[in-house]
Design a protein around this ligand. Structure first.
Ligand code: GLU
Length: 281
């Protein structure tokens, strides 16, 4: 068994991150597996060395140890480009020149009851969807999800274990409904040459991750990842989606909510055991 925690060094670790990391670490320890860390720093406009250093420090303080060296996504851009070329050769990606305002305008008369938001925000209405064009150098590229489904092998089921590894998994099937609920997601950003979705599936495969632990807000992203794994011939890990840690008002803890940062609790004299208690472990 090999689990991982994959933070983006764009802000402090908060209680929700600590919960994810502790769950993945505990799973690995319980099953004599390995726990890996990966810095998801493809957004170089927001990633900062001091956040990375703080993440290491907080994790260590929580009693978490990991296999070294730590993989950094920014060292792997050519691999992501190879995968994009592969998807492009299959005719599954297209360049998109829409900005947010274009997308909002195209969605201006939404039908009542229709959800306009997918895992990455506004569901793209497909304005730029086109026939196969040569792969442009620097452009936003989207995945043609309908074409992807036509291309896919049949088995799109993944195993969901929740946070308890010892129960029977739920088998969740990814259906074509995703075409409507997620839309043609961005697979490569202009400034990054990749995206979270693409990099995460490639890296979980490269690092031989058998078990992915993440918040339940990423359930739909996981469905997209299963599609990408299938298209790219990658193994499918087991998934463990956990509840989100919320504040007293039931609001999800955002990264910018510094009051919940682990460092703040540390400064106030909390112990690692206190943090475990706070997140219910
Ligand atoms: N970098 C992502 C995050 O911090 C990782 C989530 C995941 O794929 O598990 O939310």
């Amino acid at each position: 068994m090999r689990t991982r925690f994959a933070p983006s060094p764009t802000g402090p670790l908060h209680l929700g991150h600590a919960y994810s990391a502790l769950l993945a670490f505990d799973h690995a320890r319980k099953h004599s597996g390995e726990f890996l860390l990966r810095m998801e720093d493809i957004d170089q406009s927001r990633a900062r060395p001091h956040w990375e250093a703080q993440i290491y420090d907080d994790l260590q303080w929580l009693g978490i140890s990991w296999v070294t060296p730590v993989m950094r996504q920014s060292d792997h851009l050519p691999r992501y480009q190879d995968a994009i070329r592969k998807l492009h050769k299959l005719g599954l990606v297209y360049p998109c020149s829409c900005n947010r305002r274009d997308i909002e305008a195209a969605l201006c008369a939404p039908q009542e009851g229709v959800n306009r938001f997918g895992p990455d925000g506004l569901i793209y209405p497909g304005t730029c969807k086109s026939f196969h064009t040569p792969m442009p150098d620097k452009a936003v590229l989207r995945l043609n999800l309908a074409a992807a489904f036509d291309h896919l092998a049949n088995d799109l089921t993944f195993q969901e274990f929740g946070t308890d590894m010892d129960t029977q998994p739920q088998h969740i099937n990814v259906s074509r409904e995703l075409i409507e609920t997620a839309g043609d997601i961005i697979i490569s950003r202009k400034d990054m040459g990749t995206s979270y979705h693409l990099s995460v599936v490639l890296d979980d495969a490269l690092q031989g991750i058998t078990d992915v632990t993440r918040g339940e807000d990423l359930l739909e992203a996981t469905a997209l990842h299963v599609v990408l794994q299938n298209l790219l011939g990658l193994p499918r890990p087991r998934y463990h989606h956990h509840r989100l840690i919320r504040d007293e008002d039931g609001k999800r803890l955002a990264k910018r909510d510094d009051a919940r940062a682990i460092s703040q609790y540390r400064d106030a004299g909390a112990t690692a055991a206190d943090i475990r208690k706070m997140v219910g472990l």
